[in-house]
Design a protein around this ligand. Structure first.
Ligand code: AMP
Length: 177
């Protein structure tokens, strides 16, 4: 990646205080998505960080992970697999509940999305506590997928998500706070 590109991407991410709840500093990535050059550089960077050139399936997490995951999959010539919030997928699913700061959440993946032994890359917009990515990684494991790694646009390193999911495989992030 050209010198200065990462800095430009970083400065284009918009901080929105107190969204969606008081005390949360929301990282708004839509200005990066809206810029065709920065969008392409971000996707390239998220792939480059992994060192992966060949993979069977890219798994993206509802909802912003669909944007990054699908673009990465297309670039790598891989299939794209959505992990969705409970109740959204039409076919037979495998699901998992995971803890949030307050309460729980559930995500699901189609039973036939990943064949046993297929190589998999996980992609999402942001790694915070790692709860969401950890749940997706469990679903990939249960399907028999061979995880090559996880790639995030943004990592909030002070929330410790990397430590939570590191045992599953290599963790990469383009922009770290
Ligand atoms: P977590 O399960 O805590 O790692 O949260 C990850 C998901 O929550 C990501 O897919 C993000 O879309 C979203 N998220 C959490 N914190 C933030 C934040 N500060 N800014 C933007 N999105 C966030």
């Amino acid at each position: 990646m050209a010198p200065g590109t990462l800095e430009l991407i970083r400065s284009t991410i918009r901080d929105v205080p107190d969204f969606p709840n008081p005390g949360i500093l929301f990282k708004d990535i839509t200005p990066v998505l809206a810029n065709p050059t920065l969008l392409a550089q971000t996707i390239d960077g998220m792939i480059e960080a992994t060192g992966i050139t060949q993979v069977d399936k890219v798994v993206g997490i509802d909802a912003r992970g669909f944007i990054f995951g699908a673009l990465i999959a297309e670039r790598l010539g891989a299939g794209f697999i959505p992990v969705r919030k409970k109740g959204k997928l039409p076919w037979q699913t495998r699901g998992i509940d995971y803890a949030l700061e307050y309460g729980t959440n559930s995500v699901e993946m189609h039973l036939d999305a990943i064949a046993s032994g297929e190589t998999v890359l996980l992609a999402d917009d942001l790694l915070a506590t790692g709860g969401t990515a950890g749940a997706a990684l469990h679903l990939i494991e249960q399907a028999g997928g061979k995880l090559l790694g996880s790639t995030f646009f943004i990592e909030l390193s002070f929330l410790g998500g990397r430590e939570k999911i590191a045992a599953s495989g290599p963790v990469h992030a383009l922009i770290t706070y």
